[in-house]
Design a protein around this ligand. Structure first.
Ligand SMILES: *Cc1c(COP(=O)(O)O)cnc(C)c1O
Length: 359
């Protein structure tokens, strides 16, 4: 690969497209004649205003975000959203949470500080190896919202349908799958995503929220910085936004648009995932623990029965230009995160290596 780069299978922060890094490099010392880098300019300057406006316009265009949704560029990571969602959206104090992995578990736990939270479904007894079916969801029709994690980064599962929640708004953590395929935003009340998996460097959190769900009047304990309505009204400029990650987000959106948008991204991601899953389905050494209908396109988990073999595999791949294949510390085994920026060649190289290793 150019610049002696390796194939980085990290779950996040993760690979960015080389052309995006090159554009950032070319702009580094003097952004388009401004005489300074994007890191150095006032967030209230005209030149920066254009960057953030373009980032939002591109995100709206690429994702097809309807006009009645606000886009916010925030900080604090997806983890702050675990608190901001209940602080802003609880009205009656009741919400439904579906726990399909570690992050949705954390979101469920955090929400309990603010209300009466119902565990509407979980696949924990099955080691989070699948996503529940619609008929397994015990939804409360009077809940203020239903929360899901759309792609489970650690367990390698994904909702392959959007749950029907009637009039109750659906809130989804899209941290590890945003921009990986087309998604019907109008089916959601609120979407949030930490940017460091598929969009930008760490430090930026994207929130897309249906306007009618945002309320100015919140309980006094809610920090102003955690009030969506304030953030949206100030167009993410209530305080200094994460300027540089927003700029890289714009470059990544330019790249996605150039690649043909989210349908093209989906085809690219399906192709990569199929190479890996097809091999795993035929392997006698490595197994993928996920139910086929719940397989993630972005995070592919696998393991050999023997942990010594797993450790040897991780070591040998890393000596061969493929890094970060170790599974999350809570589950062990291996995980290949193959976000948008991972080229097909990276997955081909990995599978060739797996085949040789198995032999
Ligand atoms: C990484 C991740 C998080 C945590 O994101 P932070 O930005 O580190 O808070 C939450 N949810 C999902 C699905 C993730 O992949």
């Amino acid at each position: 690969m150019a610049y002696d780069r390796i194939f980085n299978f990290s779950a996040g922060p993760s690979m960015l497209p080389v052309s995006v890094l090159e554009a950032a490099r070319d702009d580094m010392l003097n952004y388009q004649g401004s005489g300074m880098s994007v890191m150095e300019m006032s967030h209230r300057s005209k030149v920066y205003d254009e960057i953030i406006k373009q980032a939002e316009a591109l995100l709206r265009e690429v994702m097809g975000i309807p006009q009645n949704y606000k886009v916010m560029f925030l900080q604090g990571g997806a983890s702050l959203q675990f608190a901001m969602v209940p602080m802003n959206l609880l009205k009656t104090g009741k919400a439904d949470y579906i726990v399909t992995g570690q992050f949705s578990g954390k979101a469920y736990q955090e929400a309990q500080k603010y209300g009466e939270i119902n565990l509407a479904a979980t696949t924990k007894p099955e080691n989070f190896s699948r996503i529940p079916q619609q008929n397994e969801l015990k939804l409360n029709p009077d809940a203020d919202y239903v929360h899901i994690c759309y792609n489970n980064t650690i367990f390698g599962t994904k909702w392959n349908y959007i749950p029907e929640t009637g009039n109750v708004p659906l809130v989804a953590d899209l941290s590890s799958c945003i921009l990986s395929e087309p998604i019907d935003v109008s089916r959601f009340g609120l979407i949030y995503a930490g940017a460091q998996k598929n969009v930008a460097p760490a430090g930026l959190t994207i929130v897309i929220a249906r306007e009618d769900l945002l309320r100015e009047e919140l309980p006094a304990f809610v920090p102003t910085m955690c009030n969506y309505s304030v953030m949206a009204q100030n167009e993410s400029m209530y305080n200094t936004p994460p300027c540089y990650p927003i700029y890289v987000c714009k470059l990544v959106l330019d790249w996605i648009k150039g690649m043909g948008g989210l349908s093209a991204m989906q085809a690219h991601n399906q192709k990569k995932a199929a190479i890996l899953y097809d091999y795993l389905d035929s392997s006698k050494l490595f197994k993928n623990p996920v139910s086929p209908e719940s397989r993630s396109l972005m995070n592919v988990t696998f393991r050999a029965e023997d942990d010594e073999i797993n450790a040897r595999f991780v070591k040998e791949t890393s000596a061969n230009g493929m890094s970060n294949l170790k599974g999350h510390r809570s589950v062990g085994g291996m995980r290949a995160s193959i976000y948008n920026a991972m080229p097909v060649e990276g997955v081909e190289k990995l599978v060739e290596f797996m085949k040789a290793f198995e032999k």
